[in-house]
Structures are given as structure tokens and as C-alpha cells.
Design a protein around this ligand. Structure first.
Ligand SMILES: [Zn+2]
Ligand SMILES: [Zn+2]
Length: 307
């Protein structure tokens, strides 16, 4: 099995953000215990000073002063990592024999993706995930921020899903990334549209038309939506459109690395997938899909935060 989405740092303000080979070694050991033989380390682009220098202030296009202030405070609190140090550490881990590929989770920021892509082109990344976490300056997956969650009431569920889906289409069309992360993240707080099929079909078409793979991500099981990403209906649409897939835990701490990876692997097999995808130098290659091996994931203790 593979875990193509793990983070080094949890979401909390003003942490010390140093990558170390020791941490990656511990991640690989945890993953191996759950039957995973390759992990992709995929920290958020929003952690890195080099990305911030290109996009800082992007939230100022949002008309809401409250949302802009929220985004600014969050964004600045999350910063502090150095992209060179991160990549060098992942390369060192690989030289030490650890089964690590080097990636990032790239936030979709309208109008800024050319600059971000030009920066990332200068690094030896194996795989870039693409994520829609923001609608304007609203962080949709901040399910423990009361103010942010009130947005659902004011905007309406179908309108939010429409905006989310349009952002996924725009992200795919930029061709900046290789894999669509948590493809139906708009369900994270448990709000689902009356007719999901229309949004699911557009997401699957966008991935297919732009040559993106999609991710099966177990972290949804520990969010209010209580369901892996993507929903079974969206997964079957990916299959029909010939969209390749990866499997992922989106763990932000050691205990969550490769959590329930065997369950998302089983989901892929039930949907008819016969292979997963791995990446080397941004090129996709098939990887045999294998039935669950390793011991079952332990029950997970809750802690605040979000993927
Ligand atoms: Zn993530
Ligand atoms: Zn994410």
C-alpha cells in the first residue's frame, strides 16, 4: 500500500517548523507497521516563506473584512518553514534508504498559480497535490471556528458547493499539480448538496480533462462528514472517466500516518480499480493494488485541527 499525503506539522500557530530525517524515519516505520511501503511527504505550500513572498495578501480580494482578518491571522501563524530545508531533508531521507517521495500540498489561490508553479519548478518534486481549502478568504475546512462555520448558513449549501466545484475546475485547468487532494472537501463539515451528482460529475470531468489523478483520503472519517474522500458516487465517476488514483491518510502527526489506509485501499478495489499510481519526478507510474496487509489501524484519539 501507499500513503501519498502526510504532513510534518500539525495546525497550530507559531510552531517551530524544522524538517528532520528522524521524523521521516518514524513516519516510515509507522507506515510500514500498517502495510505501507512508500509515503509522499506533502507539506502545505502555505508553510513556506518562499511561497508567502509570492502570494502574501491574496485574501485581500475578499470583500469581507472579517474573513480577510481571519485569513491573515491564520496564514501568518502557520508560516515559518524554509522550502530548501524541507526538500533537502526529504532528499537526505531518501539517500538514507527511506521509502519517501518528495511532494507538496499546493493551495489553489486564484490568479497566483503561475507564480507558484514557476517557483516549484526549481525543486526536484516527485508529486504535487492540489487542494481547494479556501473560498475567497474563507477556510472551509476550519470546522472548529464558529465564525467560519456560520458561513454555511449565510451562503447556502448549494452555492458553496458550486463555488468549491468551480475552484476545482480552475485549479485543474492551471495544470500546476498532479493529484487532486480530498476531491470533495466541501462536505467536510457535513453539509451536502441536494443533488451531489452534478457537482461530482464536474469534478470527475475536470480531473479527467486535465490529466489529474485523484486521491482516496481516509482523514474524512475523523471529520464531521464521517466519510472518506471521495464519496462512493464520486469515486465511481472517477473510475468511469479513467481517472487514476492514489491512497492517502493526510496525517498531520505520527499517530495519524497511514491511518485506515487499508480501508481506502479496499474502497479502491471495490470501485473496480486494479492499480494505484505512484510518482517520480512528476511522472506517474502504475503500482499494483494489494489487499490490506499489516495490522489494523488503532482507534484514534481526537485532537483539534483539520487536514
Ligand atoms: Zn493535507
Ligand atoms: Zn488539504
Amino acid at each position: 500500500m501507499i500513503d501519498y499525503h502526510v504532513h510534518l506539522w500539525r495546525h497550530a500557530p507559531n510552531l517551530s517548523l524544522q524538517a528532520t530525517v528522524d521524523q521521516l524515519a518514524a513516519y516510515c516505520e509507522q507506515a510500514a507497521n500498517l502495510g505501507v511501503t512508500e509515503i509522499a511527504v506533502t507539506e502545505h505550500t502555505s508553510r513556506f516563506a518562499q511561497v508567502d513572498a509570492l502570494v502574501h495578501g491574496w485574501w485581500n480580494r475578499d470583500p469581507s473584512p472579517a474573513r480577510r482578518a481571519e485569513a491573515l491571522a491564520y496564514w501568518d501563524g502557520e508560516l515559518g518553514a524554509d522550502l530548501d530545508q524541507y526538500v533537502e531533508t526529504a532528499l537526505a531521507a531518501r539517500r538514507a534508504g527511506l521509502p519517501v517521495v518528495i511532494g507538496l500540498e499546493v493551495d489553489y489561490i486564484p490568479g497566483r498559480m503561475d507564480k507558484v508553479a514557476a517557483l516549484l519548478d526549481g525543486y526536484p518534486f516527485d508529486v504535487l497535490l492540489g487542494s481547494v481549502h479556501w473560498i475567497g478568504a474563507w477556510l472551509i475546512n476550519a470546522v472548529d471556528w464558529a465564525d467560519a462555520q456560520e458561513q454555511w448558513t449565510g451562503r447556502g449549501v448549494d452555492r458553496v458547493w458550486g463555488e468549491y466545484t468551480r475552484s476545482v475546475e480552475e485549479l485543474a485547468a492551471t495544470r500546476t499539480v498532479d493529484v487532486l487532494a480530498h476531491p470533495d472537501l466541501a462536505k467536510v463539515a457535513g453539509h451536502r448538496p441536494d443533488v451531489p451528482a452534478e457537482f461530482h460529475e464536474r469534478i470527475a470531468e475536470a480531473a479527467s480533462a486535465c490529466g489529474l489523478a485523484a486521491e482516496l483520503n481516509s482523514s474524512g472519517w475523523r471529520r464531521p462528514c464521517a466519510e472518506a474522500y471521495p464519496a462512493p458516487d464520486l469515486l465511481s465517476r472517477f473510475r468511469r472517466h479513467g481517472v487514476p488514483i492514489t491512497t492517502a491518510s493526510d496525517g498531520h502527526r505520527l499517530a495519524d500516518v497511514s491511518w485506515r489506509i487499508s480501508d481506502v485501499t479496499a474502497m479502491a478495489m471495490r470501485a473496480g480499480y486494479r492499480e494505484l499510481s505512484v510518482f517520480r519526478g512528476r511522472r506517474r507510474a502504475p503500482w499494483p493494488i494489494a489487499p490490506a496487509a499489516g495490522r489494523p489501524s488503532p482507534a484514534r484519539a481526537e485532537e483539534p485541527g483539520w487536514p
